[in-house]
Design a protein around this ligand. Structure first.
Ligand SMILES: [Zn+2]
Ligand SMILES: [Zn+2]
Length: 134
């Protein structure tokens, strides 16, 4: 019999985990729950990432339209702002929500009516390239 201990790497910002340090480091760097993330979609535009508090101020002032402008129309940054927006969280937060359910909840909640697919379509329409899948 052989025993093997498998290393697991856990994102500091969300519940994602994996066995590849390389992949998890890349995920964590771009995780949409990481307030200091770097953004590959912004890289495509040659834009700098807008700080999350700036995006939140724009959301409070002008909702999704404000967020879209503040994020330079970057869907990944918009998703980050929505996922980190403090006011949409119900009390108490449903403990059993999966990441997918949580994202779905945030995207349909009144405070953060983000249509991520539509924002992505808008983004890639403005910048026609292959969708990298996030
Ligand atoms: Zn993560
Ligand atoms: Zn971005």
């Amino acid at each position: 019999m052989r025993e093997r201990t498998v290393r697991r790497y856990y994102c500091d910002h969300c519940k994602k985990a994996g066995g590849s340090r390389f992949h998890m480091e890349s995920h964590e760097k771009h995780c949409t729950k990481n307030p200091d993330r770097s953004c590959r979609m912004c890289d495509q535009l040659g834009e700098c990432v807008t700080p999350v508090p700036v995006m939140h101020d724009a959301m409070r002032a002008n909702g999704m339209a404000g967020l879209r402008e503040a994020s330079n129309r970057c869907p990944a940054c918009m998703l980050t702002a929505v996922r980190l927006f403090p006011m949409v969280y119900p009390e108490p937060w449903p403990a059993k929500m999966t990441d997918a359910e949580e994202s779905a909840y945030l995207m349909q909640s009144d405070a953060t009516a983000l249509d991520y697919k539509a924002e992505c379509a808008r983004f890639w329409n403005d910048l026609p390239r292959d969708d990298p899948g996030y």
